[in-house]
Ligand binder design. Sequence first.
Ligand SMILES: *[C@@H]1O[C@H](CO)[C@@H](O)[C@H](O)[C@H]1NC(C)=O
Ligand SMILES: *[C@@H]1O[C@H](CO)[C@@H](O)[C@H](O)[C@H]1NC(C)=O
Ligand SMILES: *[C@@H]1O[C@H](CO)[C@@H](O)[C@H](O)[C@H]1NC(C)=O
Ligand SMILES: *[C@@H]1O[C@H](CO)[C@@H](O)[C@H](O)[C@H]1NC(C)=O
Ligand SMILES: *[C@@H]1O[C@H](CO)[C@@H](O)[C@H](O)[C@H]1NC(C)=O
Ligand SMILES: *[C@@H]1O[C@H](CO)[C@@H](O)[C@H](O)[C@H]1NC(C)=O
Length: 408
Amino acid sequence: MQLSENMQGLFAILFLCFVTSPCLCARTLTTQANPTFNILNFGAKGNGQDDDSQAFLKAWGAVCNATQGIPTLFIPKGKTFMLQPLVFQGPCKPSTINFKIEGTITAPRSVNAWKWPDSHRDSWIQFSYINGLSITGRSLIDGQGAPWWDCFAKSRCERPMALSFHSCENLQLSGVTQINSPGGHVKVYASNGTRISDMHLVSPKDSPNTDGLHISASSNVAVENSTTEVGDDCIAILGGTSFVNISGIYCGPGHGISIGSLGGNGVHATVEEIHVKNCTFTRSSSGARIKTREGGSGYVRKITYEDIVLVEVQSPILIVQNYGSLLPIDAGQAVKVSDITYRNFRGTASFDSAIQLICDKVIGCSNVVLDQIQITSSVPGKKTNATCLNAHGTSSSSNVPQIPCLLK
Ligand SMILES: *[C@@H]1O[C@H](CO)[C@@H](O)[C@H](O)[C@H]1NC(C)=O
Ligand SMILES: *[C@@H]1O[C@H](CO)[C@@H](O)[C@H](O)[C@H]1NC(C)=O
Ligand SMILES: *[C@@H]1O[C@H](CO)[C@@H](O)[C@H](O)[C@H]1NC(C)=O
Ligand SMILES: *[C@@H]1O[C@H](CO)[C@@H](O)[C@H](O)[C@H]1NC(C)=O
Ligand SMILES: *[C@@H]1O[C@H](CO)[C@@H](O)[C@H](O)[C@H]1NC(C)=O
Ligand SMILES: *[C@@H]1O[C@H](CO)[C@@H](O)[C@H](O)[C@H]1NC(C)=O
């Protein structure tokens, strides 16, 4: 039997270290015991045409049931794997699992080619009930969204999310480029302890409702150093979410980094401790946006947006407590909005009304603080201004535009 060069090297090291240092050797062996499961060894073709779903699920079974070390599911580069909708289901035996994606993953190319399992239709690739999952690699995941957008335009057909994470504790997601999602790109739901970095989410500007990242019912989330160029919210934070840090995000085109909309259909929704820092918005329709719907209850509180750069953003700062409502704003039932700070915003707005704080007459918005705001108009000769309705808080006198409408 021919040993590969690697194997020969490994044996040489093992032999040497047994002779010289049995302790160190035991450690080397433990490291070597972290098994790698290459998707090609499970029957994946990687030709971009054949359905590789079963191979992925088989490999997942092996990884999820691995009893030794930290297993890695490896998707090699230079190949394109076509996957039908599928679920990587936990709980798994290992407390940490690596998913290393170097290759390309693609969805079926037409709406009719998607084969749905009976269990769900809401996402293409779903990860459920997995602890310590770490997805890394320089990969491309292509949701083949274009036929879905047509289908949506013609017959409002319901579109799946591309990637969704459901009840995943200590999830890490980094280095993935995701393009052309049918619906939203990435959804994190009911998950505690998520770290997302170096993601690049891309869809055309006019693709309908293709949110970048959706976070709901989740706590302790960090999103760093990522770019989202999508048709809708770059990041949307929804009900039940708390303790989220977002920094180093380039957003645009898109609708900004949004909280909400919350409280639709009279539901109780809570969002708190969301901190957005060092982000750049370029030609997005909004920047820092909070949307709640009339008739809901609950709160949005302890939110900061700071060190924000704006390039021709339509409405950089926006609170709307009656989003999507045509009723007069005095229903007296709304999601409470309080302790909202905007600090150090610099750049340009393409609409005059750069700051809009539109709140319910009875509930109002309280302790809205604006400090070190310098937002000028990107249209020569125009000036930016601020609009308020029932908004209470403080604004520094040096802010541009001035915000005299803010009530003490
Ligand atoms: C792990 O093994 C068990 C028992 O063989 C099996 O029922 C389960 O489906 C496996 N897990 C996965 C994710 O395949
Ligand atoms: C989230 O994880 C942290 C750290 O492990 C833990 O202290 C906290 O209780 C968890 N929160 C929830 C809601 O599970
Ligand atoms: C968010 O930032 C705060 C302050 O820097 C830090 O204490 C906290 O641990 C961070 N949370 C996460 C989930 O990274
Ligand atoms: C994000 O970028 C900052 C600044 O370059 C760096 O300090 C930080 O470590 C990065 N975060 C991650 C998770 O890579
Ligand atoms: C802000 O984010 C950008 C983009 O990720 C990064 O290059 C820069 O180092 C960050 N600045 C700070 C002060 O963290
Ligand atoms: C803001 O500017 C626009 C255009 O100049 C004007 O129509 C509007 O009334 C202004 N709003 C306020 C609150 O000054």
